[in-house]
Design a binder for this molecule. Sequence first.
Ligand SMILES: [Zn+2]
Length: 255
Amino acid sequence: MKLLLLLFMSPLLVITALQNTDGSTINQSLSYIKNSTQNSKKSVLVFSATRGFRHASIPDGIKALQKIAARNNWELTATEDSSIFNNETLKKFHAIVLLNTTGNVFGKNEEAALQQYIQHGGGIAGIHAAADCEYDWPWYNQLIGGYFESHPAIQSATIHIKERHPATAHLGSSWIHKDEWYNYKSLSPAINVLLELDEKSYQGGKMGHSHPIAWYQDFDGGKMFYTGLGHTSEAYQDEKFLMHVENGIREVMKK
Ligand SMILES: [Zn+2]
């Protein structure tokens, strides 16, 4: 009972109360306080390995995500070592960001670990080439929601905001942005579209009147967010894009 009361008291009261308890209770209480502080900090894994095209903007993307993590008090781990995809290590992350990953970046066991992570309520945010990755893994296709098909030259385009969501709330009803605009194949019918490209506003769109460029879904026990933006280094200096990414990541985080 005394321990329970301690847990709900302010830190000052806890210290006062601890003076009246024996050593073991103090240790238990202190370790509870320590754990609860650690648990309140969200951990984010940024993975940017490439086995195909390598985006020159990856270091800028990591820097921008570090800035986002700092202002949210998230603990950020950035790596290109796929061995981090094991059940024990993934467990500690509240969200995984796939930053411009390309090609077959995961081994079989690593795929199984990512699958288990999602099935246990994990969250994943894919940026741009996260859709240009793992083409021979149908589960990944469903998770990310589509595969890269082609792209025209980098140019400005008009984006229409299709759904009010934390990742789009700051954007108004349309947004003009310069990027490398992906056409997609194998789009999942389960995705909820956040942003749609206006193909009349640029050259080289191939998807007709409905061209999703950012979306989210609940999938296989977890949550995912994907944005097709994020090819250029300039994007990672663009506060509108960074807020889109930041709020997209926050939405998929394990509580
Ligand atoms: Zn690109």
